[in-house]
Design a protein around this ligand. Structure first.
Ligand code: ASP
Ligand code: ASP
Length: 352
C-alpha cells in the first residue's frame, strides 16, 4: 500500500503523472465528478489548519466522495492520551484514506506504519508538507512553463518552514535548479538539509531580499512560524524580517513569479496583489486539483511498489529531537535511516 509521507516517496515519473492529472482535473473538473463516489476521506487534524483541511475536503467532495474527521486534537481521543498509531488504526476502519496533520515531527510516518489505509501527510510539525509541494510544483509549471533550470529564491523562515523543506527535496529531482536561501541568520535552512539533499544542489545564502531579487525566476515567500518558536521574544524580534513591496519588486524580472503557501501575516504587502507576478492565490487554487489527483491516484491503487528505504530498528536508541513523534507515543518502533555514514531518525530525520 502506498502513502505520501514525504515528497520523495514518489518517483519522478509518479510525481509528473500526478501533476499532469492535476492539470487535467483543473481544466475538466466535471469529468472526475464521480471518481471517488462511495469512498470516504478522514481528515485527522491534530494541529489547527484552515486552508489545508478545506482543500482536502473540497478535493474529496469534487470527486464525489465523503469526508469525516476532526479539526483539532482537543476534539479527538488524543485529548484522552491516545497515540497516533491507535487513532489511525481506528480511523482506517471508517475511511478509505487518511489525511493527517500533526504538530510533532515524523507523525505522518508513524501513521503510515499502522494505518490499514493510505495516509497522506498534511504537515508534520516543522518537518514537511508534501501536498503543499505538489501544489507549488503545479503552480510553477503553470506560471513558468517548466521547473528545470530555474533560479528559486526561498525567503523567510527556512528553519521551521516545512513547506520550504519539502519543496527543496522536490526541486533536487529536477535539472539545474539553483537555490537562493534568504533568511535572518537565526532562521537558516537546517543543517540536516545541508548535509543531505543540498550536497547535490547549487545554493547560496543571504539575508538580503533586495540583493537576491533581480536574479530570480521564482520567489517563494514564507511567514515566520510563530508556533514553532521556543522563545516568544525571538519570534517578536524576527517576525518583521522581510516585507515584499512593489518598490522592492521593481528590479525583479518581468516574468518572475511570487509564490506563498499562505497564510501571509505581513511579509507581502497587499499592494503587491495586483502585480501579474503575484501568483499566490492562483497557487491556492492549484491545491484543490492536485489533491484531487493525489486522492484519486491513491484510491485507485495506480502506483506501483514504494521506492525501497533502508529502515533499521534500533530498540535502545532514542531520537535527540525533542519534538519528534517518538517522544509522544507510548511504545514507538525506533526506526533509523543509515546513509553515507550518518544515522538519522526515520520519522523526523534528525541526526541520531
Ligand atoms: N498552516 C495552516 C494551513 O496549512 C494555515 C492555515 O491555518 O490557514 O492550513
Ligand atoms: N500553510 C503552510 C503550512 O501549513 C504554511 C504556513 O503555515 O506558513 O505549513
Amino acid at each position: 500500500m502506498r502513502h505520501l509521507v514525504d515528497i520523495t516517496d514518489l518517483t519522478p515519473a509518479e510525481r509528473e503523472a500526478l501533476l499532469d492529472l492535476g492539470e487535467e482535473m483543473l481544466r475538466h473538473p466535471g469529468d472526475f465528478a464521480d471518481a471517488a463516489r462511495g469512498r470516504i476521506l478522514a481528515t485527522l487534524f491534530f494541529e489547527p489548519s484552515t486552508r489545508t483541511r478545506l482543500s482536502f475536503e473540497s478535493a474529496m467532495q469534487s470527486l464525489g466522495g465523503g469526508t469525516l474527521g476532526f479539526a483539532e486534537a482537543s476534539s479527538s481521543s488524543a485529548a484522552k492520551g491516545e497515540g497516533v498509531a491507535d487513532t489511525v488504526r481506528v480511523a482506517g476502519c471508517y475511511a478509505d484514506l487518511i489525511a493527517m496533520r500533526h504538530p510533532k515531527e515524523g507523525a505522518a510516518l508513524m501513521g503510515a506504519l499502522y494505518a490499514p489505509v493510505p495516509v497522506i501527510n498534511a504537515g508534520d510539525g516543522g518537518h514537511c508538507h508534501p501536498t503543499q509541494t505538489l501544489t507549488d510544483l503545479l503552480t510553477i509549471r503553470r506560471e513558468l512553463g517548466r521547473v528545470d533550470g530555474l533560479t528559486v529564491g526561498l525567503c523567510g523562515d527556512l528553519k521551521y518552514g516545512r513547506t520550504v523543506h519539502s519543496l527543496v527535496n522536490a526541486l533536487a529531482a529536477y535539472r539545474d535548479v539553483r537555490l537562493v536561501f534568504i533568511s535572518p541568520e537565526e532562521l537558516r535552512i537546517p543543517a540536516y538539509m545541508k548535509e543531505g539533499v543540498l550536497r547535490r544542489m547549487s545554493y547560496a545564502e543571504t539575508d538580503s531580499l533586495a540583493d537576491a531579487l533581480p536574479g530570480l525566476d521564482l520567489l517563494y515567500m514564507t511567514r515566520i512560524q510563530r508556533e514553532r518558536f521556543a522563545d516568544p521574544e525571538e519570534y517578536l524580534r524576527l517576525r518583521d524580517s522581510f516585507l515584499l513591496t512593489p518598490e522592492l519588486l521593481r528590479p525583479a524580472g518581468e516574468h518572475m513569479a511570487v509564490l506563498h503557501p499562505l497564510p501571509r501575516v505581513g511579509e507581502i504587502s497587499a499592494a503587491v496583489d495586483g502585480d501579474p507576478r503575484a501568483a499566490y492565490f492562483r497557487q491556492a487554487r492549484c491545491g484543490r486539483f492536485v489533491r484531487m489527483a493525489l486522492i484519486h491516484t491513491l484510491l485507485s491503487g495506480a502506483l506501483g511498489p514504494a521506492p525501497a528505504r533502508d529502515l533499521r530498528e534500533h530498540p535502545g536508541r532514542v531520537c535527540p529531537n525533542p519534538v519528534c513523534i517518538t517522544h509522544a507515543e507510548r511504545e514507538p518502533r525506533r526506526l533509523f535511516l543509515e546513509e553515507g555514514g550518518a544515522c538519522r531518525c526515520a520519522y523526523c530525520e534528525a541526526e541520531a
